[in-house]
Design a protein around this ligand. Structure first.
Ligand SMILES: *[C@@H]1O[C@H](CO)[C@@H](O)[C@H](O)[C@H]1NC(C)=O
Length: 395
């Protein structure tokens, strides 16, 4: 009996190990890897029509679905979302507007409210892996983003290639090209100067945001946005994969960390590196070198079990290090933090690093998980803090 039990147990263990090895093998193929990294086929809004934003809780014609051309030929599916007070002031006119997908958004009244207001602010939203513009906590997120000035703050959100209705296959290069196309649409078609644009991003989106922020900072002349908010950023793809757990509990390759040779070998297959730690440093060095003002806020909840909050501490360190000519070690920065961070009790803590040109702010929340945090008032505060710093008349 004991023998039989032992036998079956070892057979099933062997099967599990076999399945796991098979999964790891699959992970080394690039198309399967794209699915695991970007989760773009997991839409989570399967039974809803993105062209009917009302079904996601918006008012009639509050949100305009439209598309933006990417420079590589594809089209990106996007939403322009009106803030609530602005909507209220123009409700009668908006109710007579057509609703649904706009093949020419420039003809829509909502678009004109954005383009023709010299005080309008625009938040370009870069979402995380999986889903679409309408999934999960993204809709409450849009509300939190404009809540501080609901007459002025518009949101522009889009699906990268391969997500939702945007055709194609995601890749690091492709997502960056897409994000640049969206920024170009905002500055050229909607005519909003970068000084009135804030980039908000979460999770995978933070890597896209940093890549394009560095890109724009290195142009001559540089394109300088009002600021950027990064929620749950990660150090780079390799470090993320090493610490990532599916639904917070099933580690994918971290168990292999005990076998460094195999672990390192598998890591060399990770095609898209997403080197956020280097990009944030590059972005800050570029701004410091030319004396441009910059404002960066990193936010992470300590109970985030998808992307551990330690990632933000490391990203913050790389950012700060880029402002110190001789560099600063992680431990040195920890000492500075210990003395000067603001303890907010159950709300967490805040650390600000200021230079002549910039502010790098790290907010560590006690609670908020990976997604829920996006709809919380800390997001509204972070937005207002940046817009007001960029233009003190905007209160
Ligand atoms: C920190 O900054 C110094 C000085 O610029 C640089 O030499 C060093 O490589 C940086 N450290 C990291 C970990 O990037």
């Amino acid at each position: 009996m004991a023998y039989l039990l032992f036998k079956y147990a070892s057979i099933s263990a062997a099967v599990l190990v076999g399945l796991y090895a098979g999964l790891l093998g699959l992970l080394t193929t690039s198309s399967f890897q794209a699915h695991v990294v970007y989760l773009h086929k997991i839409q989570m809004t399967w039974f809803k029509d993105l062209d009917v934003p009302e079904s996601f809780g918006f008012l009639r014609s509050q949100t305009t679905p439209f598309s933006i051309k990417s420079s590589t030929g594809g089209t990106l599916y996007a939403w322009h979302i009106l803030p609530i007070e602005l909507y209220r002031h123009h409700e009668p006119a908006l109710l007579t507007e057509p609703s649904g997908f706009a093949s020419d958004i420039t003809s829509r009244f909502a678009f004109k409210l954005l383009r023709d207001d010299p005080d309008a602010r625009l938040i370009i939203h870069m979402h995380g892996a999986g889903g679409t513009v309408g999934s999960g906590y993204r809709v409450p997120n849009y509300r939190a983003l404009s809540a501080g000035q609901p007459n002025k703050i518009h949101v522009l959100t889009f699906d990268y290639r391969g997500f939702g209705r945007s055709r194609g296959t995601p890749s690091e290069r492709g997502l960056c090209i897409d994000a640049i196309a969206v920024v170009d649409w905002a500055t050229k078609v909607a005519g909003i100067p970068p000084s009135r644009i804030l980039i908000f991003s979460q999770s995978l989106g933070t890597a896209v945001s940093l890549a394009i922020s560095e890109h724009f900072a290195l142009q001559s002349p540089p394109t300088v946005f009002a600021g950027a908010i990064l929620v749950a950023p990660f150090v780079d793809a390799q470090t993320l994969v090493a610490t990532y757990r599916i639904a917070g509990s099933i580690p994918i390759i971290s168990p292999l960390a005990r076998f460094p040779l195999l672990f390192n070998y598998l890591q060399t297959f990770i095609k898209d590196k997403w080197l956020s730690k280097d990009r944030i440093a590059g972005y800050i060095r570029a701004n410091e070198a030319i004396g441009e003002k910059y404002r960066l806020t990193l936010i992470h909840a300590e109970d985030d079990y998808d992307v551990p909050s330690h990632h933000t501490e490391v990203v913050f360190w790389h950012a700060v290090n880029a402002t110190v000519p001789r560099g600063i070690t992680y431990d040195e920065l920890e000492e500075v933090k210990y003395k000067s961070k603001k303890d907010l009790g159950a709300a967490g803590s805040v650390m600000e690093w200021r230079t002549k040109n910039g502010v790098i702010r790290e907010e560590m929340l006690k609670t908020g998980l990976h997604d829920v945090i996006m709809g919380n008032p800390v997001i509204t505060m972070a937005v207002m803090r940046i817009f007001e710093a960029a233009d003190p008349s905007f209160k």
